[in-house]
Design a protein around this ligand. Structure first.
Ligand code: AMP
Ligand code: ZN
Length: 503
């Protein structure tokens, strides 16, 4: 089966074949761990997960690496000029406030002034969310999930190589910069030109340190700053690395190669992050290519706008799952379905209607799965993916630049008529789910087979919690929500219960 994927580097859909037959080396930019991940972040992470699972189901051995950015970076990270406020400092301040208000457990981070503790706390929160949502790489931690703070010496080595090869220099402010003019193909990924970047520099690139740099688009590799919240000794003074150099270093080191097969991230990372990664990596190795394919997920939107921490219009994974965000708890399998079901190159809108549709899909799939598993005693027939008409159509759709809508159409049609032989159908379900990862999360969780019952139970618990806190308006809102869903609600001294009203 020919696999075709869209490559941001060439702006076209191309045939994909790994450099080494049978093995794919793939790197995904991971989270900056200074806050809980939001569902927009997870759209990018789960896109990479879907791609990885599809490649695996196609018979390839995939080395998938996702990094953790745990170095204290600046809020104006994108330009990597070391301007803005330190993200770990912001996180520490917020954590202290959240502890006071009870939003975060008192025992969660004993010392919020210790940036390592803060980063560690949010890293584990990310890994927990990831495991719940079936993000395979999260279950592989610490294998293939490198932390930036573990690779400082390697980053310094790469910076020294770049200086030796005349791609980097120490500016008059003592900061080590990458010289974009030393790398003629700078701009190849994003379509930027050095001239346009010089003209358009104001606003995006810090003006204060222009005079210290040779070109306004030159970006920081090492910033000496003895007062920085996280700092390391270096030949250029105690300080910290630039954001871009982290990913160049970790990807090549952990994947044990200087040419990757695939590099992924959200669309906002194309410039400057990925453009800079290419310049640094190729500058250091002398190769023309750093990653053969660059793949980017379009943003998840809320009411037409990018969901982002900066804008404050975001929902964390935990607030969605617990029901805090929308008033209705959501099963992880449902959130996963919602985040993978639209094409990665289309903007998708996060809505409650979308979640309801995803809940229906999950319910249909898990009800069928349960029925088939019971009927065949949990013993599936072995399915030849390339040969069985259902899996063949499903994989064929995904081979066309991950056409997930077409693949889901195959799944829906199959759920409606899964065939006569339950062992064969159960085998098909498991084969499909190797990529979907839905049954995998829901199979041993009886609540997921009844997402609505799950929601009702959670709403009852939320009513009791609100009543205990004497927040009667919240209790009433949850009660109304249950009534809307068609439930009869009873509260007694034993707590609240809900029963579906017969139509
Ligand atoms: P961060 O933790 O901010 O470094 O972001 C982690 C990943 O999430 C990056 O690949 C971003 O491109 C991606 N991302 C951030 N916001 C969104 C969004 N609204 N939709 C999709 N991906 C996003
Ligand atoms: Zn990165």
């Amino acid at each position: 089966m020919e696999i075709r994927l869209y490559n941001t580097l060439t702006n076209q859909v191309e045939r994909f074949e790994p450099l080494t037959a049978g093995r794919v080396k793939m790197y995904s930019c991971g989270p900056t761990v200074y806050d809980f991940a939001h569902v927009g972040n997870f759209r990018s992470f789960l896109f990479a997960d879907l791609l990885r699972r599809f490649l695996e189901a196609s018979g390839l051995d995939v080395w998938h690496v996702m990094n953790i950015t745990d170095v204290g970076h600046m809020t104006d990270d994108a330009v990597a000029d070391g301007t803005g406020e330190d993200k770990m400092q912001v996180a520490a301040r917020r954590l202290k406030e959240d502890k006071k208000s009870g939003k975060v457990d008192e025992g969660a981070v004993a010392n919020p002034d210790d940036p390592y503790e803060v980063a560690n706390y949010f890293m584990h929160a990310f890994l927990d969310d990831g495991r719940k949502l079936g993000l395979k790489v999260a279950s592989e931690y610490p294998h293939r999930v490198p932390k930036a703070t573990q690779f400082i010496p390697e980053m310094q080595q790469m910076i020294a190589t770049l200086i030796a090869r005349k791609h980097a220099y120490v500016g008059s402010d003592g900061v080590v910069y990458f010289s974009v003019e030393s790398f003629p193909s700078y701009g190849q990924l994003s379509g930027n030109t050095l001239e346009a970047l010089r003209v358009g520099a104001g606003g995006r690139i810090d003006i204060d340190n222009q005079s210290c740099k040779r070109h306004p688009a030159d970006f920081m590799l090492w910033k000496p700053d003895p007062k920085h919240i996280m700092k390391w000794d270096s030949p250029w003074g105690a300080g910290y690395p630039g954001w871009h150099i982290e990913c160049s270093t970790m990807s090549m080191r952990v994947l044990e190669t200087d040419v990757l097969d695939i590099h992924t991230g959200g669309e906002d990372l194309i410039f400057p992050h990925h453009e800079c990664e290419i310049a640094q990596s190729c500058g250091a190795t002398g190769n023309e290519l750093f990653s053969r394919f660059w793949m980017h997920a379009r943003f998840l939107l809320v009411e037409g706008e990018k969901m982002s921490k900066r804008k404050g219009n975001f929902f964390t994974v935990r607030d969605i799952l617990s029901g805090k965000a929308t008033g209705t708890p959501v099963h992880p399998a449902v959130l996963r379905m919602e985040l993978i079901k639209s094409h990665y190159r289309a903007h998708s809108n996060f809505t409650t209607k979308g979640l309801t549709d995803s809940a229906n899909t999950v319910r249909r799939l898990t009800e069928l799965g349960q029925r088939l598993r019971d009927a065949c005693g949990g013993v599936p027939k072995k399915i030849d993916r390339a040969d069985h008409p259902v899996t063949k159509a499903f994989m064929g759709a995904l081979a066309n630049d991950l056409n997930v809508s077409e693949a889901m159409a195959v799944v829906h049609a199959w759920i409606s008529s899964p065939g006569e032989d339950p062992a064969e159908a159960y085998g098909v379900l498991l084969a499909l789910d190797q990529v979907l990862g839905i049954w995998e999360i829901a199979a041993n969780d009886c609540q997921a087979r009844d997402p609505e019952g799950d929601i009702a139970a959670s709403l009852c618990a939320m009513i009791d919690e609100a009543r205990r806190a004497r927040d009667f308006s919240a209790a009433d809102a949850h009660r109304q929500r249950l009534i809307q869903l068609g439930y009869e609600v009873r509260s007694s001294s034993d707590g609240t219960s809900a029963k579906k009203k017969l139509a």
